[in-house]
Design a protein around this ligand. Structure first.
Ligand code: GDP
Length: 299
């Protein structure tokens, strides 16, 4: 997990400096605890988790004397404890076929790339996958998804720019059923004229799917961009409520991304986190691992 780089690391030298003054002591002092709590909040962890970690650290005894490693261990453990209940692998049921995964998220979040990664990941597990280019508002999105489909070697249903996404989804399920496809992954628009328009569009797709099969869509994945920090929280709030999100995928957790927002999200919404994106390549999707992110954030 060297490629995961939590926002917390920015403050690591400050943490280390403070600890130098505490050398040999068995407990953290109030000023250092304040600094740590601030650093945790600055890392997007959210005030509730930051306060709890502070309390936990205040109660912790370091019988061998304080050191940065021991401190980070406690922080990593506490973060992992918050994340563990929401770390859930994406589940693909055996029936009915095709299972429908609706993928939603604002433009630029990494939605198209995530669909490609997911299709590749499922194909590797011998699932028969088909894509539906349901973001009919962006010609570029349709084109990009076609390129990915070709590269991965999966069929794709697409129409003209400005076409009706719900009809495309209908066609996807029809052809998917006919061809014995296991998983249908549906791209959706990331932005319309306004929020109400976007939600109407998603609702219409869900209605069409629900008419074909009451359980569909079987998964509604919300793709979030880790580099947007706190913005991700408002997206969960809006899409979660109105679009029936069943799970999250956090992209761009490579580089200097701030994974801390996932902790705040877990605390606030308790929504399953399925996977993370750690790069632009087809193999850069990982199942979400609470311990791993805990360690990455704690540094
Ligand atoms: P969409 O508009 O939501 O469909 O977003 P795209 O899939 O086109 O992605 C937007 C940009 O983010 C592209 O340049 C992608 O290569 C990039 N991207 C997507 N996922 C990741 C990721 O996990 N890490 C990094 N570093 N870049 C990503």
């Amino acid at each position: 997990h060297e490629r995961l780089f939590g926002g917390f690391s920015k403050t690591s030298s400050r943490l280390g400096d403070n600890l130098g003054g505490l050398f040999g002591k068995a407990q953290l002092d109030a000023a250092t605890l304040d600094e740590i709590e601030e650093a945790l909040i600055a890392s997007d962890l959210g005030p509730a988790t930051a306060a709890r970690i502070r309390e936990r650290l205040a109660a912790e005894r370091f019988p061998l004397g304080l050191n940065e490693h021991a401190l980070r261990e406690v922080i990593a453990r506490e973060i992992a404890a918050v994340l563990a209940p929401v770390a859930k692998p994406l589940e693909i049921d055996a029936f009915p076929r095709p299972q429908v995964i609706l993928v939603i998220g604002v433009n630029g979040s990494g939605k198209t790339t995530t669909i490609a990664k997911l299709a590749h990941w499922l194909t590797e597990q011998d699932y028969g996958v088909m894509l539906v280019a349901g973001d009919t508002f962006r010609a570029a999105a349709i084109g990009q998804l076609k390129v990915w489909a070709e590269r991965i070697g999966v069929p794709i249903i697409s129409g003209a720019e400005g076409g009706d996404a719900a009809s495309l989804v209908f066609e996807g399920v029809r052809q998917g059923t006919e061809k014995g496809i296991d998983v249908l992954i549906v791209d959706t628009a990331g932005r319309l004229q306004n929020k109400a328009g976007l939600m109407d569009e998603l609702a219409k797709i869900r209605r069409v799917l629900g008419r074909l099969n009451p359980a569909a869509p079987h998964n509604v994945l919300l793709v979030l961009d880790a580099t947007t920090g706190q913005n991700a929280l408002s997206q969960i709030e809006i899409f979660g409520r109105e679009a029936g999100v069943t799970g999250l995928v956090m992209t761009k957790l490579d580089g200097t991304a701030r994974g801390g927002v996932l902790v705040a999200a877990a605390e606030k919404f308790g929504m399953p986190i399925h996977a993370i994106g750690i790069g632009e390549g087809i193999d850069d999707l990982r199942p979400f691992d609470a311990d791993e992110l805990g360690r990455a954030i704690a540094g």
